[in-house]
Design a binder for this molecule. Structure first.
Ligand code: MRU
Length: 390
């Protein structure tokens, strides 16, 4: 899709997408392990293929993995290789087991669980239905999960940009400097993005000075993916190493930190990519607004506080090895950056700590933006009433 252009400028270039569906209904994903150096599309026809792609991070980002899981189910149910169900009950049982399986691929992002729950509740309403009816209803929900994402991202972008601009512009300041962590753009969603959606909206309104983005080690979602999105969209941007946030806040007049989320719980505590918590601590120290942008499907009112969130730990090789383009050979390669054995051996000095996410307490968050509105933390309070934007 083509985004709107800031007044007097050329339309923004087509956005990248993580998932595409051709005319025959074949679902494909772009292999995010190879980006930004190489664009390879991988066909996904079965829930097993979707599970492997999600687990190995060929696709990632909370909304995108929910979309792929749902689309893989739809695609398999539409194919001739799907099991033939003798009864509605048999279809319900198979779909239900497949939802459990897909949900187990990555535990922290709630969007995947929410999408599977939507399918499960369709199954509950299908008692006594014939198998074809069950299959058709499930396919419709799967399609909705994918399609709803883009529209709500544009709404969050608008709401978040409006909130921040109102807060920080004025007294001669017309454009804002913001910081983001991880990758939250069209590669992590069905399009436009969450935190990057707000940044894009500021840019479209001519209200953006610079978008600083953290490299986001160890997986480099920032340097590999956010950089690709921002350069493609030609949004004024500047990469920083994760360790430079404090220095940036000391030396630049930063107007906001804008991040996505993998799970926001009842009191507003937010799980997001590792490094988000330290950005929030530093933002508070420098009185910089800290905004979380996430669709309603990322809000999990069943958990009371962030302490209840299951944090996924990733394999140590993801921290000891770096994947990139060898500038001498021009070939993609993976290099180890630690002494041999670190993360692999069983010696006490060979351990690696690699949680994929951290939890930012609501008391460090200024507001949570969903497609339904902006929930602000009230002065002096330690939590945010996110139920008001669900
Ligand atoms: O491990 P990842 O790359 O899936 O983590 C992604 C993030 O943490 C994003 O910030 C989050 O999913 C929000 S994406 C719209």
């Amino acid at each position: 899709m083509v985004a709107a252009a800031p007044s007097g400028k050329q339309p923004l270039p087509d956005m990248m997408t993580s998932i595409r569906i051709d005319k025959s209904g074949q679902v494909e994903i772009v292999d995010q392990l190879l980006l930004p150096h190489s664009v390879a599309w991988i066909p996904i026809s079965t829930p097993e293929e979707a599970f492997d792609a999600i687990k190995s991070m060929k696709i990632r980002g909370a909304p995108a993995i929910a979309s792929l899981a749902a689309l893989s189910l739809k695609s398999y149910l539409s194919s001739s290789s799907r099991p033939s169900f003798a009864s509605g009950e048999e279809a319900v049982e198979w779909v239900s087991k497949t939802c459990d399986y897909l949900q187990s691929s990555r535990p922290t992002a709630v969007n995947l669980g929410e999408a599977m729950d939507r399918i499960r509740s369709t199954l509950k309403q299908s008692t006594g239905a014939d198998p074809e009816n069950v299959v058709e209803k499930v396919k419709k929900v799967c399609e909705d999960v994918h399609e709803e994402d883009l529209e709500r991202n544009m709404e969050m972008g608008r709401l978040g940009a409006e909130w921040l601009y109102k807060k920080r512009a004025g007294n001669g300041k017309k454009s804002l400097k913001v910081v983001t962590v991880c990758n939250t753009g069209s590669l992590a969603t069905s399009g436009y993005g969450t935190a990057i959606g707000v940044i894009t909206a500021l840019f479209e309104n001519d209200q953006l000075d610079t978008a600083y983005y953290a490299q986001t080690t160890p997986y480099h979602q920032g340097s590999r993916l956010t950089s690709l999105e921002l350069t493609t969209l030609q949004i004024p941007a500047c990469m920083i190493c994760d360790t430079m946030l404090g220095s940036l806040f000391q030396h630049e007049d930063i107007d906001g930190v804008i991040v996505g989320a993998d799970r926001v719980v009842k009191n507003g505590d937010t799980a997001n990519k590792i490094g988000t918590y330290q950005a929030a601590v530093l933002a508070q120290r420098h009185s910089i607004p800290f905004m979380v942008v996430a669709p309603v499907t990322t809000i999990d009112l069943s958990l009371s506080t962030g302490a209840d969130i299951h944090i996924e730990h990733r394999p140590s090789v993801e921290a000891t090895q770096v994947r990139g383009l060898n500038v001498e050979t021009g070939k993609l390669s993976v290099v180890r950056i630690t002494p041999e054995g670190v993360g692999q051996g069983d010696k006490p000095w060979q351990r690696v700590y690699n949680p994929s996410f951290d939890v930012t307490p609501a008391e460090l968050i200024s507001c949570v933006v969903t497609e339904k509105g902006v929930a602000e933390r009230k002065q002096g309070e330690k939590s945010i009433d996110v139920s008001s934007v669900c």
